[in-house]
Design a protein around this ligand. Sequence first.
Ligand code: PEP
Length: 351
Amino acid sequence: MKTDCSLTESCRSMSRFQENEKQPSFILSQPLVMASLARVNAFFTGKTGGFRVSAPKPGRPVPVTSRHSKLHVTAQGNGRFIVGGNWKCNGTKASVEALVKGLNAGDIADKVDVVVAPPFLYIDQAMGALHPKFKVAAQNAWVEYTLDDPTHHYDSESGAFTGEVSAEMLEDLQIPWVILGHSERRSLLNEDNKMVGKKVAHARFHGLSVIVCVGETLEERESEKTLEVIFAQLQAVADEIDDREHSSWGSQVVIAYEPIWAIGTGKVATPDQVQDVHAAIREWLKLNVSEEVSKATRIQYGGSVNETNCAELARFSDVDGFLVGGASLDPEKFVQICNSSVVHYKAVGRA
Ligand code: PEP
């Protein structure tokens, strides 16, 4: 599903939405919320064009709430909880063997998709030994960035691309998932929004399921540019994805919201911060892609998630799972994080 909407158009439509005082996208669940309402409105009206947050209308369904946030969204997702383990550039044959053994011994709850991403060299070893309840992801896939083909057919199956691995190769080896646009690649390897968008579309074209990472730096958050940055990252994906076979939005394009300041720092975003951004992403999908896609898309949170903070975050209606770095190298901790799905389904009334 291709959308031509630009960020400006998206902002414009949000402003129109604000002017018209239509159905609120976000509602607050308790009477004491008028102060919070101002805070939330301020958050969403920064430089992004503005969402309007309104008090609940009578007769609205009972919202999903937690003691941390009065904010909730009426249109939560309907996808399966999904947890990813990003092993990054870690491991040896022996440590991968031990990690796989630990994961296979874990008791994973029903109704949770689990995807682990070993470094390329250990994918074969991990895939051959993991129980089928664990799916495997690559941590990157090549696309020929310089080729500006309006038909989006970036033929990159082979060629002079030293050191790269293509989506065609992942498809050939039946590696079902790929993580794209991780902030470490964006910052260390200069992957820009356009490149990430092309990679997502190309990977989808080859039937790969994608976890695409978005997120802001601390500086961007402090200057209230969080949503502007994230919407631009999403728009770059929307600009490339079209309606070719497989190449579509939906349950197989997972968005991982990973504030860069929370990755590997031990500094986890607050549940309010996470839910606020996830709700805004879902609203963006609704306005710029479709309502159906906004519901089907799983939105993960990533950034210092561990076995002690996962349950608190999983309670939120728009937290459809996690992308985990450090803690995914410990099988017991990782299994506990996967099983926070139980908390999520219970909190959102889907147990
Ligand atoms: C990540 O790398 O995607 C990540 C979230 O890392 P960590 O959990 O270690 O913060």
